[in-house]
Design a protein around this ligand. Structure first.
Ligand SMILES: NC(=O)c1ccc[n+]([C@@H]2O[C@H](COP(=O)([O-])OP(=O)(O)OC[C@H]3O[C@@H](n4cnc5c(N)ncnc54)[C@H](OP(=O)(O)O)[C@@H]3O)[C@@H](O)[C@H]2O)c1
Length: 318
């Protein structure tokens, strides 16, 4: 197993999921690292296809792997596409982690998610809360698949001595987010709804749920920076949470987004829509001890995300 600090310079680095929000942020951040970036489109290698993944790894033999490919979505997507979320995330994790091991990858980072923690775990969520209680039912299939990936990383560390590590990001937002009207995460959904209300002159925007759940939000370029930092400096079997260490109610957050977008109408809540877990606030003390802290404020991050949304809408219309 490699020791830290781990040298990225000059290495071939595979970002799985490079067209996604996290993968594209990792690719942007890695462009400052003097590495040879390896990517592959889903149309060439579907990561659910074991034979295709094994062939590609055998041919490419990346030295470093960031596993940021997954089937991802907001509460409705997670709760309705339960079979797809379980199957696809299990298979992607199994294929990529095993192929990395078989083909001698020096290091791999698996991206989990804060939803692997029990619904009612003590807050802030410590890394050792995993598997101490029942999960939030709406995203249980996704969480189970992620926990399987985490356990695979741990098992490959202990059985084969692989230098594979697990990180658990909080809710993320920023360029490349998915703005699907039903299936997006809360930040993208609110940016879109407030923007459309501003443009159409609507007098009210309805926010799903009661507005009372508390959430933590991290700008995706900060996440990418944390991942590079941990790839270089961290090698152990414990998970590492990645977040800001600060949370906010959905109602307060909606007001921040509305202000940034320039929407001045009313905001109401639809309690018939699910709230999800009441609070999801990560304990980031391990990350802080490892020498990393988030640097983008929520206001700056939302402003940057809104600019990216406007750019992406313009590009899509061209
Ligand atoms: N977004 C968040 O708030 C958040 C929070 C915590 C953790 N994470 C974790 O971060 C990782 C990335 O999330 P994200 O938000 O960047 O998601 P995303 O924007 O939906 O990107 C996912 C990427 O995975 C790729 N992918 C999915 N299925 C694939 C398949 N069968 N074959 C090949 N590629 C496939 C997608 O390819 P296409 O471009 O072809 O669709 C896309 O590039 C996930 O592991 C997620 O659990 C995300």
């Amino acid at each position: 197993m490699a020791r830290t600090p781990f040298e990225l310079k000059g290495k071939t680095v595979f970002v799985a999921g490079h067209r996604g929000m996290v993968g594209s942020a990792l690719a942007r951040r890695l462009s400052r690292e003097n590495v040879e970036l390896k990517t592959v489109r889903r149309s060439e290698v579907d990561l659910r296809d074991q034979a295709a993944v094994f062939d590609w790894f055998a041919k490419t033999r990346p030295q470093v792997v960031f596993l940021a490919a997954a089937k991802v979505g907001g509460i409705v997507a997670n709760n309705t596409l339960r079979g797809e979320f379980l199957y696809e995330n299990l298979v992607i994790a199994a294929n990529v982690i095993h192929a990395a091991h078989v083909n001698g990858a020096e290091k791999l980072m698996f991206l989990g998610s804060s939803c692997i923690y029990p619904k009612l775990a003590p807050q802030p969520l410590r890394e050792d809360a995993m598997l101490t209680g029942p999960l939030e039912p709406t995203n249980e299939p996704y969480a189970i698949a992620k926990i399987a990936g985490i356990k695979m990383v741990e098992a490959y560390r202990s059985q084969y001595g692989c230098d594979f590590i697990n990180v658990m990001p909080t809710n993320l937002y920023g360029p490349g987010d998915n703005y699907h009207p039903e299936f997006s995460h809360v930040v993208a959904a609110l940016i879109r709804r407030f923007h459309e209300a501003k443009v159409s002159g609507a007098s009210n925007v309805v926010v799903w749920g009661t507005g009372t759940p508390r959430r933590e939000f991290l700008y995706v370029d900060d996440l990418a920076d944390a991942c590079i930092h941990l790839m270089k400096t961290y090698s152990d079997e414990e998970l590492v949470n990645i977040g800001t260490g600060e949370d906010i109610t959905i109602a307060e957050f909606a007001r921040v987004v509305a202000k940034t977008v320039g929407y001045t109408g009313g905001i109401s809540f639809d309690p018939s829509r699910p709230d999800g877990t009441p609070r999801k606030w990560l304990d980031v003390s391990r990350l802080a001890k490892l020498g990393w802290r988030a640097s983008t404020s929520l206001e700056d991050g939302i402003r940057l995300a809104y600019q990216a949304y406007l750019r992406e809408q313009k590009q899509a219309a061209e």
